[in-house]
Design a protein around this ligand. Structure first.
Ligand code: TEU
Ligand code: CA
Length: 565
């Protein structure tokens, strides 16, 4: 495995709309991020992934782009963006932009043209089909409810949209579309961008004939993923993108790839033959979903530690020596990590630190989602009117109004899994609107902001923020943490997640108690004892005992890391 700058990096994801509002219109913006760069530098992050900032009608909060070379007016201007990029570079940080090219907005000029008629030159930039037996061309469901097809009366045909009807899928079979995408990628790279996070990039190749999906639910529309996830020409398209664009720049590329397995992901990111550097995989994000094959993410089943260990260990071992993991427990599409995988009540602080320890001491790039570094939690708005996310609003309408689900039951699922959990404003202080805006924020602030905010965190030496800062610093000081081989320990233990890292004679022993009860860590008999006493590198509790490693009683959500030769 070659040493690379991106392998040694920690990623911070900014969701601009909710990060910091510099002009009091209630919407986060680029100048707001610029004002907070010193905060990010203090945390110590190396790369910043910016969720989309391009011109958009915001049907899906920027993941519906109407001009790839313009900044969304409410976020600012291209000059603001250039100032932000320059501010990051001057602080030794790199900027990763969000590349959304599986689909555009229906207000993109390409689609406005395409919709004018069947012989418009832009018509086959998108995927149009006549209906079948008076209905949609096939039975695919959209991720955001209803059919994946929208009827266009003007031409009497339907167009495909895997997401909302305002996000028409681009037709990657059309070489002109691919060249347009490569040109816009070069345009941003020539502005100085250091990488791309590629939105659902494994969905760009659809099966020929767009066949029906098998009926596996009583729903009218079925999940058609087998016909558009990791499709027949995906590798060809990405290989062409690599030849045409990626190999000409020193950049980091990560594909957002739902439903990829270790084996299929390696086709995309194998260091020898792949086209991308890493993928954001979803297996651990599906551990608490009722029907894992379904399109409906908003369902709830309790997750089990054994499954989390099995899943993440499989990705650690499966990619080892061949590809590079992206390590995350939350982002703008998921509930808050401490609420979902930790304990956002009595053990919020220690469990948030425990989760950070897991992500930052495995092999891969750790992702910090804005607010995760201060232990921000899920929100529980009382009424659906307080929610903004199109996925949530469509789910609520379909579940309650069409399927008769009890509104409280629907809200309970939204409280647990809704994407707005991650999109309430960043909590900067205990002041008005959590210091996010002088105006009225586009979405309500989480009522716990007086207790959970950056100002409090920076004033508390024992805060989650400083624990993240220490983790990031340790990664910089110990190549063992970045490059060390991974081996799981205590695989069967019901409470403890433990593993070992090894590199050039050094070893790191990590033990994490994922439970509210204490747990006894016992060193496996075949674990080679260190020649010299192990050194406690990090812990989320004060640790007095200097007893050996053989038997350690871990307190609720206690995590420790020992360094040894
Ligand atoms: O998310 C795609 C994605 O993760 C879906 O496969 C997921 O199942 C979906 O969010 C429904 O739960 C990316 C972006 O991260 C997301 O914000 C966008 O809404 C989506 O693509 C469309 O661009
Ligand atoms: Ca603003």
């Amino acid at each position: 495995m070659d040493r690379k700058w991106w392998k040694e990096s920690v990623m911070y994801q900014v969701y601009p709309r909710s990060f910091y509002d510099s002009n009091g219109d209630g919407i986060g913006d680029l100048r707001g991020i610029l004002e907070k760069l010193d905060y990010l530098q203090q945390l110590g992050v190396d790369m910043v992934w910016l969720s989309p900032v391009y011109k958009s009608p915001n049907d899906d909060n920027g993941y519906d782009i109407s001009d790839y070379r313009e900044i969304m007016p409410e976020f600012g201007t291209l000059d603001d963006w250039r100032e932000l990029l320059d501010g990051m570079h001057r602080r030794g940080m790199r900027l990763v932009m969000d590349l959304v090219v599986n689909h555009t907005s229906d207000e993109h000029p390409w689609f406005v043209e395409a919709r004018k008629g069947k012989d418009n030159p832009c018509r086959d930039y998108y995927i149009w089909r006549p209906g079948k037996n008076g209905a949609e061309p096939n039975n695919w469901a959209s991720f955001f409810g209803g059919s994946a097809w929208e009827y266009d009366p003007g031409s009497g045909e339907y167009y495909l949209h895997l997401f909302t009807r305002k996000q028409p899928d681009l037709n990657w079979e059309n070489p002109r579309v691919r060249q347009e995408v490569y040109a816009l990628m070069r345009w941003w790279l020539d502005q100085g961008v250091d990488g791309f996070r590629m939105d659902v990039i494994n969905m760009i190749s659809k099966a020929p004939g767009l066949p029906d999906a098998p009926v596996h639910s009583s729903r009218r529309y079925q999940f058609g993923g087998q016909h558009f996830i990791h499709g027949p020409r995906l590798l060809e398209f990405l290989d062409e993108m690599k030849r045409e664009v990626l190999c000409h720049y020193d950049l980091f590329t990560v594909g957002e790839t739902p439903q990829e397995s270790v084996a299929t992901a390696l086709e995309l990111i194998d260091e020898e033959s792949g086209s991308l550097h890493s993928v954001v995989q979803f297996e651990h994000m599906d551990l608490d979903v009722q029907d894992r094959g379904s399109v409906q993410r908003l369902s709830l089943a309790p997750w089990k530690l054994a499954d989390l260990k099995e899943t993440l260990d499989r990705w650690q071992i499966g990619l080892q020596g061949r590809g590079w993991n992206s390590l995350y427990l939350s982002n703008h599409d998921q509930g808050r990590a401490v609420s979902r995988f930790g304990d956002d009540g009595a053990y919020r602080v220690v469990s948030a630190k425990l989760l950070a320890t897991l992500l930052h001491l495995q092999q891969g790039i750790p992702y910090i989602y804005q607010g995760e570094e201060i232990g921000m939690t899920n929100v529980r708005f009382e009424s659906i009117e307080q929610y903004r996310d199109v996925e949530t609003l469509n789910f609520y309408r379909e579940a309650v109004e069409e399927r008769g689900m009890d509104p409280q039951a629907a809200l309970a699922l939204i409280h647990a899994k809704g994407r707005d959990n991650a999109r309430t404003p960043m909590q900067w202080s205990a002041g008005e609107q959590a210091g996010f805006s002088q105006g009225t924020p586009w979405i309500g602030v989480n009522p716990n902001y007086p207790q959970i905010n950056v100002e409090q965190a920076l004033a508390d030496p024992d805060s989650i923020f400083y624990y993240y800062q220490k983790l990031i610093r340790l990664r910089r000081e110990h190549p063992l943490i970045v490059y060390g081989d991974y081996s799981p320990l205590l695989v069967e233990h019901p409470q403890i997640y433990a593993f070992r890292r090894e590199w050039q004679g050094e070893r790191l022993l990590v033990m994490l108690n994922f439970s509210r009860e204490s747990a006894l860590f016992e060193l496996p008999p075949d674990f080679p004892l260190p020649e010299s006493p192990a050194r406690l590198l990090l812990s989320n509790y004060p640790v007095e005992d200097s007893a050996g490693l053989q038997h350690i009683t871990l307190r609720p959500y206690e995590g420790r890391a020992y360094l040894m030769k």
